[in-house]
Write a protein that binds this ligand. Structure first.
Ligand code: C5P
Length: 230
């Protein structure tokens, strides 16, 4: 049995590899994330096929950022595919434009606060204001919610603080960097287990390599589903 709080990151290069993994996972997984890495490998076509023909939910992780009119137009086009989640950068003007573009559709707009690949030195280079990154993430989440975001992407470190914001009531918090006990960390540093992430207030978890690279992806996914259901 699936649980749509588990989103599997389809981090494979093309449609063929994507369909192969989806077939292996079968009914165990109902929600997939398709990102920029598969854009030139037919990512949007795969998203459409999984949604329309396989009844899967789809999170399109495109992290859009542009002037309002362009973001609105892009989201309007994407909304026609009847997908479920889309990421944009969490700047309030970008979020507002994305919500305009998604009007009259069920597409949820998720805001990226600060990329976890950036440290304070990078933020200085990028002219972000001074302050502790974790506090800035929470502040950006709050601003994104006020601009109308349906949810945010948050690391396990910040999801609890964000869940406690009054503006987060009823909002989605989608958390990558999730590792079942004993799984390899890969390049993820700020991790939590599936159960901890859900207990800390995440509405969904995104898991890639522990499932995608497993010798038995279905078993790996099934173990995570059981963990979050228990
Ligand atoms: O393989 P892994 O479980 O680390 O994959 C997590 C997915 O979430 C990948 O698609 C990765 O790009 C994405 N992601 C992340 N950490 C973030 C934002 C996105 O791991 N802070």
């Amino acid at each position: 049995m699936s649980d749509d709080r588990l989103i599997v990151a389809l981090d494979v290069p093309n449609i063929i590899a994507g369909m192969d993994l989806v077939n292996k996972l079968g009914e165990t997984v109902s929600f997939y994330k398709i990102g920029l890495g598969m854009l030139t490998g037919g990512g949007l076509a795969l998203a459409d096929e999984l949604k329309q023909e396989h009844n899967k939910r789809i999170f399109l992780d495109l992290k859009l950022f542009d002037i309002g009119a362009t973001v609105e137009a892009a989201v309007k086009g994407i909304a026609k595919y009847e997908l479920d989640f889309l990421t944009v950068h969490g700047d309030p003007n970008v979020v507002k434009a994305a919500k305009e573009g998604a009007a009259n559709s069920d597409l949820k707009i998720l805001a990226v606060t600060i990329l976890t690949s950036l440290d304070r030195e990078d933020l200085n280079e990028n002219l972000y204001k001074p302050g502790n990154i974790s506090d800035l993430v929470v502040e950006r989440a709050e601003r994104a919610f006020k601009a109308g975001a349906d949810g945010v992407i948050a690391s396990p470190l910040e999801s609890k603080k964000i869940r406690n914001l009054s503006s987060a009531s009823g909002k989605l918090i989608v958390t990558p960097g999730v590792r079942p006990k004993g799984a390899e960390l890969g390049d993820q540093k700020r991790i939590s287990t599936p159960r901890d992430a859900i207990q800390n207030g995440s509405s969904h978890i995104v898991v890639g390599r522990p499932i995608v690279k497993s010798s038995n992806p279905k078993l790996a996914a099934n173990n995570i589903v059981n963990e979050i259901k228990s």
